[in-house]
Design a protein around this ligand. Sequence first.
Ligand SMILES: Cc1ncc(COP(=O)(O)O)c(C=O)c1O
Length: 391
Amino acid sequence: MKYNFDEVIDRSQNRSSKYDERMKTFGDGSVIPLWVADMDFKTAQPIIDACKKKAEEGIWGYTSRPASYFEAVKEWEKKRNGWDVDTSLMSWCLGVVPALSALVKLYTDEGDKVMIQTPVYPEFYDVTEAWGREVVENQLVEKDGSWAIDFDDFEKKAKDERVKVFLLCSPHNPLGIVWKPEELERMANICIDNGVLLVSDEIHSDLIFHGKKHTPTAMISDRIAANIVTCVSATKTFNLAGLQASTTIFPNQEMKAKFDRFWMNMDIHRNNAFSSVAMEAAYREGEEWLEQLLEYLSGNFDFVKEYCEKYIPKIKPNVPDATYLVWLDCRELNMTNEELRNFMVKKAGLGLNEGWKFGRSLTGFMRLNTACPRSVLEKALGQLRNAVNAL
Ligand SMILES: Cc1ncc(COP(=O)(O)O)c(C=O)c1O
């Protein structure tokens, strides 16, 4: 079927944190919300149908997780990425962030360090610091608008014997980088050589553009597969984050058992009644919707790029090869982070993510979520243009 991503859907009654938490987050409940990574599109019809069927059953007691759920993940990974995953090494989780948090807790001790590549999804700081662990930043280096890994710094930091875990964001949020197999291999081998566990967050791996190809890091070699835990989910791809589900893939049964025990100890070991149904429908029947979504999002990136070039040249958008998140370089506005935040909220009427939260030493960046109808983007960019012109 043909999906209409131009449809503007009223989310005022949708219990949406993206909308309902605007007052709390921005001090203004009327900003156009282009922040948290959640899409303003309805998900694929087969997923809606599967959930409707589940709703009509009218019994949502303690819910089992059939083997077919893990089979669906396996088949998806095989088809999309050519990765042949052993279902016996998969665990279910409430989400990728809860899984990352648990892995940090289980594979580091208090006072240990966790390496991250900044700017990166801010929860990477949070899941580290929440457990009293220290963040070590391997800062990505920017040159003429593109960002690259500083391997010398990466290796130096990996050699610190208190660094026990490296949280990799692949593909990368917020820069939308699809890492090359040789980059992944080099990072993974440095981790192995220095006794650092690689945890790879691949939640954005279905949202790939411009002919790029995602490589699951665990697929690169058996040596690497033995030292990596991979986190994936259909929730980002299909806009199901409110159902809270993800899959964690381990190198061996011991590590899987340790993770499962952690959740079992809190009695968190079953799905909610709708999540596995939705995830399975997404993996098995969502591809047609996904292909149309990718085309629409790619058009949104072009729209943002062309609009900024033409009307707001002081703001330079990074067109991502992955995710639906556009990193805005606003440095030519010459504002402090606080001024930039106030400018976006109060003058432009936009609720964006502040760049410094992704890399604490950065000034002058914002993150724009483009997963909305183009008319909404057009309105938002129009407001931004007027605000910049009024400076
Ligand atoms: C890199 C990354 N990991 C994880 C998440 C969230 O995962 P979950 O909702 O499954 O906890 C996000 C959401 O934006 C993300 O960008």
